[in-house]
Write a protein that binds this ligand. Structure first.
Ligand code: NOJ
Length: 768
């Protein structure tokens, strides 16, 4: 392509742009936009030195409110393209001023930050938000977070985290959207839209960065940064679709994972970065490494030294290096030695400039906080409250102990370390979260109850890991004097998140003993758990009357929990991840394969029922654990309500569907209980026979509906060809003729089933 003017080189380097320009998909103005952007990129690149180009590929950590001389100099000479972790608005504006006014080419900086679940106003942890099954609310939450972050000069959020994970031991499950590929894709796309707004160039729109590409959620044994081994078929069917969905929603950047994927660390993985991301998906944004993940290629044992790490990441297509300087140190040498050429360098730089131009940074590099809605304004707090409300899952409610009746309860004992802890309710990744904004459950309950009932609060344990029994006696006394006990238990924020994996995922410290002590008082015991992951609860379940799982619910967790406790609202959250009975069952997830020996309740044999010295056989057995069975404690999609919903009258638009056409599946959902409430109606599909075996069920649609007592509604889902497709043995997306089962209900254990057959005798394994 030498000899072509720069602008054409830039366009030709991006097949997606070519396709768009020559397809009928774009109107003239959009084509003009593309040409204008590519012309600007080409112009800049034609004037950049090699050092300036590498500068654009370099991201450094900020100095938290100051600009050390080295940083000032580096920005001035164009050796830096992005700064992370700088949120002081004066400093950010000054950095932009140096970049725009003092550097030779005036290229503005990307200012990146981990805006994971809110900024100053903290939303529930992403896993909690996923429990809402409410994409619109999730989108509004990300929009709110983007506005607050943008008011501090941030123009790039390292979110959403869309690593599918089936391991609650992994600390980063808190940051994830759970175990399901479809749910993660829908909610991840909603977050991308929320961060980026309708127009990237408008104030308050910030670039999103879906992460970690790819497979990080499969870290062996849930230990962070651990190896992942994911067969390509599983990768394509489960782990990659959320990234595709995020890119289709307009995501501008991706972050490469720390992890080793099938022997090739993601940061140097050409299959991921080139074949999948660029060739198959035609991604035209850019990829940033994770923190020092280029340097770590040699620690993995994938490269011999930093120089070769830089080469591996560069040739795999990682555009920007976070925190370390292997690119700055070694790329010039590669160019001089002819190991890489300038076209390769230009293509990687062009991707970064494209995002900066789309963000409108060249026109508006500075931030005026006054042009944004105030931080934590009532609208923001309302979004945080609604997100917390919809995230809370009612796991148990024996004898309808909940909701508490304010008219009949005259005294409550509020017990435990999480009742009044403004910090711990916020969860992991709250770099900027404002603790002073937190409204705790105890505060909210006191305000709600006023003088209608007495509340005695005993914290008992300093934190969730406390092992002493000091304080138990006082708690027992308070419980003895109360009509009911509400316990606030869980995990502190620091027990989940990056590098905070656990092998034992039960309630830490002396919390189970505390539950026991409360149980022995004979009073109704309601447990509210705030945690960053699914927990094993077997050691407390038979001692409590109700369990509310509130995740780490964020700034407005208190009022949301209070509203549910007192029945102002009915709980409506549904589990985005399976809760195991015992940690030894992990991985346990709903979309598993059937196996050749599927278990049933009839064939299950408990360890205690096996006769001593029973003769060992090798037939007639099924797949289960002798001591844990084969079912989870709580299934994906599960969550109780204060009302009852019944499902009936499932139907499909046709029993035989020609391949390539859509089928509509519908069922009637009725509120047969006593209170108005939301229900998350879920659609599951099973493709009975596949050229690679298909999961026993896969979520393919969901809708949150609100029904009054006695009200019923028919809910319909349209399944298009892409919903029925999967990657087969040839790693192509195919649909196959054959029978499909469909279920509609309130969890992945829904029983109301219908079926249809996909027909096309001529076209086996048709590629779509
Ligand atoms: C490492 C984490 O893995 C990543 O998710 C985060 O965005 C970066 N550090 C920057 O803080």
């Amino acid at each position: 392509m030498r000899g072509f003017p720069q602008v054409y080189r830039s366009i030709f380097a991006q097949p997606i742009l070519l396709i768009l320009l020559f397809s009928g998909q774009l109107v003239a103005a959009e084509k003009e936009d593309i040409i204008a952007i590519e012309t600007k990129i080409a112009d800049l690149i034609s004037r950049m030195t090699v050092a300036e180009k590498i500068g654009q590929m370099t991201q450094v950590n900020g100095a938290e409110g100051s600009i050390p001389k080295r940083l000032n100099e580096a920005v001035k000479v164009g050796r830096i393209g992005s700064v992370l972790n700088e949120v002081h608005i004066e400093t950010v504006n000054e950095l932009q001023r140096i970049a725009v006014e003092e550097s030779r080419l005036g290229i503005p900086l990307l200012i990146g930050r981990d805006v994971i679940h809110g900024f100053k106003t903290v939303l529930p942890i992403p896993l909690g938000q996923a429990a809402s099954f409410d994409p619109e609310l999730v989108r509004r939450g990300a929009r709110m977070a983007a506005q607050e972050a943008a008011s501090a000069g941030i123009n790039w959020a390292f979110a959403p985290m869309i690593d599918v994970t089936r391991d609650p031991r992994w600390g980063r499950i808190a940051e994830s959207l759970g175990e399901d590929s479809y749910l993660t894709g829908v909610l991840g796309a909603a977050m991308v839209e929320g961060f980026q707004g309708d127009d990237l160039a408008l104030p308050g729109a910030i670039a999103s960065c879906p992460k970690h590409f790819a497979g990080y959620g499969a870290s062996e044994s849930g230990r962070d940064y651990n190896t992942t081994n994911i067969p390509e078929n599983e990768l394509r069917n489960v782990y990659l679709p959320p990234f595709k969905a995020a890119i289709d929603a307009g995501a501008q950047t991706l972050m490469a994972s720390f992890s080793d994927l099938n022997g090739v660390p993601a940061t140097g993985n050409r299959f991921l970065m080139k074949q999948v991301l660029r060739d198959e998906w035609q991604f035209d944004g850019f990829v940033v490494s994770d923190w020092a993940s280029i340097e770590q290629l040699s620690i993995h044992g994938f490269t011999a030294n930093d120089r070769e790490s830089a080469f591996a990441a560069f040739t795999a297509g990682v555009n920007m290096e976070m925190a370390t300087s292997t690119y700055a140190n070694h790329l010039p040498g590669f160019l001089e030695a002819g190991r890489v050429n300038v076209e390769q360098l230009d293509a990687l730089v062009a991707d970064i400039l494209r995002v900066k131009i789309r963000l409108g940074l060249f026109e508006n590099p500075y931030t005026d906080p006054g042009q944004f809605p105030p931080i934590a304004n009532p609208g923001h707090l309302e979004i945080a409250r609604q997100a917390a409300l919809e995230s809370i899952v009612l796991l148990e409610n024996r004898n309808r102990v909940l909701p508490l009746n304010i008219k009949s309860i005259k005294s409550l004992a509020v017990i435990g370390p999480m009742a009044d802890d403004p910090y711990e309710q916020l969860g992991t990744w709250i770099f900027d979260g404002d603790i002073s904004l937190s409204q705790t459950p105890l505060q909210a309950m006191r305000e709600f109850v006023g003088d209608q009932a007495e509340i005695s609060h005993v914290r008992v344990m300093a934190h969730t890991r406390t092992r002493s029994r000091e304080g138990f006696a006082e708690a027992v006394k308070a419980a003895g004097a109360a009509d009911a006990v509400v316990m606030f238990l869980g995990e502190e924020s620091i027990l989940s998140g990056e590098a905070h994996s656990r092998a034992d995922i039960s309630l830490p410290g002396n919390q189970a003993e505390l539950v026991n002590a409360m149980h022995e008082t004979g009073k109704p015991v309601i447990v509210v758990i705030q945690a960053g992951r699914p927990l094993t609860l077997q050691n407390i379940l038979d001692k409590v009357d109700a369990v509310l799982f509130a995740w780490h619910p964020g700034t407005m967790g208190g009022p949301a929990i209070n509203d549910i406790l007192f029945g102002v609202e009915s709980p409506s959250g549904k589990l985005p991840a399976t809760f195991p009975r015992m940690v030894g069952q992990v991985p346990i997830y709903y979309a598993h394969k059937k196996t050749g020996k599927p278990p049933t309740p009839e064939t299950y044999v408990h360890i205690d029922d096996i006769p001593i010295r029973q003769k060992q056989l090798s037939s007639g057995f099924v797949s289960h654990h002798l001591d844990a069975g084969f079912t989870p404690q709580y299934a994906f999609g599960y969550g109780l309500s204060y009302t009852e919903f019944s499902y009936s009258d499932i139907g499909v638009s046709d029993n035989e569907i020609p391949m390539g056409e859509s089928v509509t599946v519908s069922a009637r959902v009725s509120n047969t209980g006593m209170v108005e409430a939301d229900e998350v109606v879920q659609l599951y599909v099973r493709d009975l026979v596949g050229n690679v075996t298909r999961p026993v069920r896969e979520l393919k649609g969901f809708e949150r509906v609100r029904l009054k007592p006695g009200e019923s509604r028919r809910i319909s889902f349209v399944l298009g060809p892409e919903d029925l497709a999967f990657f087969g043995q040839e790693m192509k997306l195919i649909t196959e003729p054959g029978e499909f089962h469909v279920w509609i209900g309130g969890s992945s254990e829904a029983v109301l089933r219908s079926q249809f057959t996909l027909i096309n005798p001529e076209a086996q394994n048709k590629e779509i």
